[in-house]
Design a protein around this ligand. Structure first.
Ligand SMILES: C[S@@+](CC[C@H](N)C(=O)[O-])C[C@H]1O[C@@H](n2cnc3c(N)ncnc32)[C@H](O)[C@@H]1O
Length: 212
């Protein structure tokens, strides 16, 4: 029988309640490094990571209603107080609501690859979104990406190198991708998609950069 998903107003941020750039201290009720996960799916990364880093604040962005509701229910039931989720398009959200120099780390794990050529323009990691990701990152902040899709990974590397050099963005330095604290042995990030792909023995590509 399908589980009844509960709403947890303390977890779910509503786009209609936002007015201009977000004050993260108000949203989380405290100061602390802010992590944003783009495309949370069912919220497994947020659950595990927020549990292992109780001093940090985690905001998930997910536009699919089904996954968003599932993630809200899980986070609420786990009683995590350092996680919020919003159901919206991450590109618009970054552009309109996330302040400059405010984010410690962006996590983008298994973004939709949109494999057909005519759909490549829908891919999240593109020069326009990179500009906002870099604007929102603090100096020293990180952008961490994982995908199973070799061709998208090549494009991501291209966007990060060429794109960052061309836009009025700060410099980026590639750093080692360390497995996230909530990942289990042999995992990089411990998301549902990673677990599925590891079972299928697909290669996983990771990249981490730092804003210098
Ligand atoms: C392939 S799934 C990966 C989910 C999760 N990160 C994982 O690894 O298990 C990609 C997720 O990103 C969400 N997504 C894609 N584009 C988005 C956007 N522009 N804004 C918010 N969510 C997005 C999709 O709805 C989907 O849940």
């Amino acid at each position: 029988m399908a589980r009844i998903l509960k709403e947890y107003p303390s977890v779910a941020l509503k786009p209609k309640d936002l007015d201009g750039k977000i004050d993260f201290v108000r949203i989380f009720g405290r100061t602390g490094p802010v992590h944003i996960e783009i495309g949370t799916g069912k919220g497994t990364f947020l659950l595990n990571q927020a549990g292992t880093q109780p001093g940090d604040n985690f905001l998930g962005i997910e536009w699919a209603r089904k996954y968003y509701r599932y993630a809200v229910d899980r986070i609420g039931r786990w009683g995590l107080t350092n996680v919020r989720i919003i159901r919206t398009d991450a590109a618009t959200f970054l552009a309109d609501f996330v302040p400059d120099n405010s984010v410690e780390c962006f996590h983008i794990y298994f973004p939709d690859p949109w494999p057909k050529k005519r759909h490549h323009k829908r891919r999240f990691i593109c020069p326009a979104n990179l500009e906002h990701l870099l604007r929102c990152l603090k100096t020293g902040g990180q952008l961490k990406i994982a995908t199973d899709h070799a061709e998208y990974f090549e494009q991501i590397k291209q966007v990060l190198t060429v794109g960052a050099a061309q836009c009025a963005c700060p410099r980026l330095k590639q750093i080692d991708f360390l497995p996230t604290a909530g990942a289990e042995a042999s995992e990089w990030v411990g998301t549902n998609f990673e677990r599925k792909y590891l079972k299928d023995q697909r290669p996983i590509y990771t990249l981490a950069v730092k804003k210098t």
